[in-house]
Design a protein around this ligand. Sequence first.
Ligand SMILES: Nc1nc2c(ncn2[C@@H]2O[C@H](COP(=O)(O)OP(=O)(O)OP(=O)(O)O)[C@@H](O)[C@H]2O)c(=O)[nH]1
Ligand SMILES: [Mg+2]
Length: 208
Amino acid sequence: MMSLSIKDAQYILSAPTVALLPESKTAQVAFVGRSNVGKSSLLNFLMSRKNLARISRTPGRTRALNLFSATIMQKNEEGVKSEKFLNLVDLPGIGYAKLSHEEKALLSETLSDYLDSNHPIRMVFHLLDCRRKPTSEDIDLSLLLRQSERNYVAVITKIDEVPVSKRKPLMAQFTKDLSLNPADCIMASSHANMGREVLLSKIWEHVA
Ligand SMILES: Nc1nc2c(ncn2[C@@H]2O[C@H](COP(=O)(O)OP(=O)(O)OP(=O)(O)O)[C@@H](O)[C@H]2O)c(=O)[nH]1
Ligand SMILES: [Mg+2]
């Protein structure tokens, strides 16, 4: 069976603005979504590293763009290994109510600056908390990302919080609310180890 793994995951730097994110040809995988949905947790989970990106109970923790690097390794049926090098970008959460108007504007500006930039963004993971209905901001962001022809996946996070019997209908609802193909709407839980393989295969597929 084919298998994927991650090695050499590293924190590189934290850039307060997109202009301060170094130019690079290395493919980037971006983590976007509302504050507190679990972006930093998912990044750590995918990288199999507990404290690579900082997690917080306090929403609005990640205020800068945090850059990481890693190597994704594939082993095929014959045991032959191949590798791809990539960067991961943990973006500040959008829409956190307790921030001032200026701070909120600044954070969504950071996101749009990033998405408009020439950075080689090869995959965008848009995270949504399974317990909250997508906001209009989520729906707009989802549309924008697909219209701009990004490789896009909606990741429905914290699925451990929902009873198993309710997961299928819930995923159907998210798929409908965001007008997605079911294959682009994936449930995950960094606490219950769910979704890692599917998301790693998305990364493998889209990172050159
Ligand atoms: N139940 C559950 N809780 C989770 C999961 N992933 C993250 N959390 C919790 O959600 C909270 C926020 O997690 P973070 O990873 O810091 O979220 P974030 O999206 O990076 O937040 P900001 O940086 O503020 O935008 C923390 O209390 C985590 O422990 C999960 O899979 N299941
Ligand atoms: Mg974070």
